[in-house]
Design a protein around this ligand. Structure first.
Ligand SMILES: Nc1nc2c(ncn2[C@@H]2O[C@H](COP(=O)(O)OP(=O)(O)OP(=O)(O)O)[C@@H](O)[C@H]2O)c(=O)[nH]1
Ligand SMILES: [Mg+2]
Length: 285
């Protein structure tokens, strides 16, 4: 497994995990009532969007991995992952919950669950994942109704909610849960960039600089085109790119200084919404 970020600066991200602990307790209460766990992850961060604590909680349950937001992920890397999962016989699906791409595969899987696993009641699936991976959107798209509230920021779903899908399938929406700490700085950069960590606990200027470094290394053309920059090879440091983005967008303060915060917020928002292009943080080899 390789990692596309490969840097070792420190990004100061801390959060108070009290509400995460509460959400974990809520989820644990329902495990006995469900047949299958749908682990929803972000296709842009196949490894990094996994909360490893879930594996302990759900070890006794049938689990499938669903990588959402495939429309925002690097197509070449997604292809590699699909091959990797096939070769290793791991049940996984790549989906886009907005256009509903591949959601029919999940419906087929859930509808045949009762038969395949010989249960005698309706199938109940719990959808779990870190914040903002699209759990509520995924459920709404499967049910064709807007039952679950969504939003492009972490922490939108606050409590549990059972929602009926066509046929004999029920889905449980749950609040997003992050592990108590990041394993390394690259995880922090990726998870903050895809919007799974609350903005208010981040230094957005530092994060934008780290994201720019990552894009310079892995997606230079996309960065250059989006912000009408010089050839990326011509820049010595990421801060020079950061400043040119601010200048090119006209984000200047009185006196002509660059508005660093506005530049950061713009880069982060545009990245989160896929406007910089399709990008992935983890590749299988
Ligand atoms: N481009 C794209 N956006 C998506 C997709 N799925 C969800 N979104 C968007 O991602 C944002 C987060 O979706 P939610 O469904 O609220 O995410 P969640 O996992 O329920 O988040 P929490 O409840 O905060 O844990 C929303 O703006 C959705 O519209 C997808 O497949 N592709
Ligand atoms: Mg939600």
């Amino acid at each position: 497994m390789t990692d596309n970020t490969g840097n070792n600066t420190t990004l100061n991200i801390q959060w108070y995990p009290g509400h995460m602990a509460k959400a974990t307790r809520l989820i644990k209460e329902d495990i006995k009532n469900v047949d299958v766990i749908i682990k929803l992850l972000d296709a842009r961060a196949v490894l990094k969007s996994e909360n490893k604590d879930f594996n302990k909680i759900f070890s006794s349950k049938k689990t499938i991995n669903v990588y959402n937001k495939m429309d925002l992920a690097d197509e070449n890397i997604t292809k590699k992952w699909i091959t990797y999962f096939k070769e290793n016989d791991i049940t996984s699906f790549f989906v886009d919950s907005i256009s509903k791409k591949n959601l029919n595969l999940i419906l087929n899987y859930l509808n045949s669950f009762k038969e395949n696993f010989r249960t005698n009641r309706e199938t109940r699936a719990m959808v779990v994942g870190i914040p903002n991976v699209g759990k509520s959107q995924f459920i709404n798209s499967l049910t064709k109704k807007s039952n679950a509230r969504t939003g492009n920021k972490p922490g939108v779903t606050m409590s549990k909610q059972w929602i009926k899908v066509k046929g004999e399938v029920y889905l449980l929406d749950t609040p997003g849960i992050l592990p108590p700490k990041f394993e390394n700085i690259d995880d922090a950069i990726a998870l903050a960039s895809i919007g799974s960590v609350k903005d208010t606990i981040l230094d957005r200027e530092e994060l934008a600089l780290e994201l720019i470094k990552f894009l310079m290394k892995n997606y230079p053309k996309k960065l250059q085109e989006r912000y009408k920059l010089n050839n990326i090879d011509e820049y010595e440091q990421a801060i020079d790119v950061y400043e040119d983005i601010g200048k090119n967008r006209g984000f200047l303060l009185k006196g002509g200084d660059i508005d660093y915060l506005r530049t950061a917020v713009t880069v982060l928002d545009e990245f989160k919404n896929g406007e910089i292009g399709r990008v992935s943080f983890d590749s299988p080899r």
